[in-house]
Design a protein around this ligand. Structure first.
Ligand code: AMP
Length: 294
């Protein structure tokens, strides 16, 4: 595994792989890697000849009151996991490499970035789209992998790739969960034992709605009520919404196309997000139904 810290080294490493005729897959992350990240890397390994992983805690996607300075990190563990997973290139840029002084050009996502997290994290998706576009230009991957857990992020990235004709395909990987259902997240490490128990109510709410959906319930407010009934454990609910899984526009009457219930909530001082896909056509859910373009 080549570990590179700047764009020049990265380009040389990727060029060598491309010259071997390998398809380049890319997994962007913010590190403190867990099994969710590992599943993206495994998918990448299974579909591409070479895998590039980046670890960069991107300051432009954090608001002033958010957890940028305390974001968890364990570079040594991350490197050994990448080595174990047979990653070809690990890109660890510094903030100065990504945002040299006088940096002033940003990607402004449109409507798809407005609802859900967009309402509560102003500027977040502008930062995400900008850093992902920069990383795409640096790595020039054929295929890039993102987690369904960050559903709105996948929608923003797919929109950006289409709108700007970026030459990359986007694959969406289903959310990996703990045995009890809690979605894996780097931020779970912040949770106290009591908060960890209460955090479970988020996935339990989503599963309750999913069970009702599978039993034939299609009424939007009844499905949302199922999810909300279970959300007793959170301290501050930001949103629990039923939306069209592609456009993220609210679905207010019936679920007549692939939909998602998306939740964001604070448990203690930790902000968690999760979602579940509800597809009237079961085969369209998961990896395929989110519009993965490959
Ligand atoms: P992050 O390091 O949190 O920015 O996440 C990097 C990538 O891993 C993103 O595409 C996330 O959606 C994805 N990811 C995070 N948690 C999970 C999970 N539990 N299952 C699958 N993918 C995940």
């Amino acid at each position: 595994m080549r570990v590179v810290h700047n764009v020049a080294e990265l380009r040389i490493a990727v060029k060598a792989l491309r010259e071997e005729g390998l398809r380049i897959g890319f997994v962007p992350t913010m590190g403190f890697l867990h099994e969710g990240h590992a599943s993206l890397i495994r998918q990448c390994k299974s579909r591409c000849g070479a895998t590039v992983v980046s670890i960069f805690v991107n300051p432009t996607q954090f608001g002033p009151a958010e957890d940028l300075s305390s974001y968890p990190s364990d570079l040594e563990a991350d490197q050994s996991l990448c080595l174990k997973l047979d990653v070809n290139v690990l890109f660890l840029p510094t903030a100065a490499e990504m945002y040299p002084s006088n940096f002033q050009t940003f990607i402004e996502p449109g409507q798809v970035a407005e609802p859900l997290c967009g309402k509560f994290r102003p500027g977040h998706f502008r930062g995400v789209a900008t850093v992902v576009a920069k990383l795409f230009n640096m790595v020039q991957p054929d295929l890039a992998f993102f987690g369904q857990k960050d559903l709105q992020q996948t929608a923003v990235i797919k929109r950006m790739v289409k709108d700007l004709n970026l030459p990359v395909d986007i694959a969406v990987v289903p959310t990996l969960r703990e045995h009890d259902g809690l979605a894996l997240s780097s931020r779970n490490v912040y949770l106290s034992p009591d908060e960890r128990k209460r955090a479970l109510s988020i996935s339990l709410g989503l599963f309750a709605a999913e069970t009702a959906f599978k039993a034939g319930e299609r009424n939007a407010s009844d499905l949302l009520a199922r999810a909300n009934e279970c959300l007793w454990g959170v301290d501050q609910l930001q949103y629990c919404e039923l939306v069209d899984a592609q456009s993220l526009e609210p679905l207010v009457h019936q679920v007549d196309r692939t939909a998602a219930i998306c939740v964001a909530a604070f448990v203690g001082s930790t902000r968690l997000i999760d979602n579940i896909i509800l597809s009237p056509n079961a085969e369209a859910s998961g990896l395929l139904g989110l519009g993965a373009s490959t």
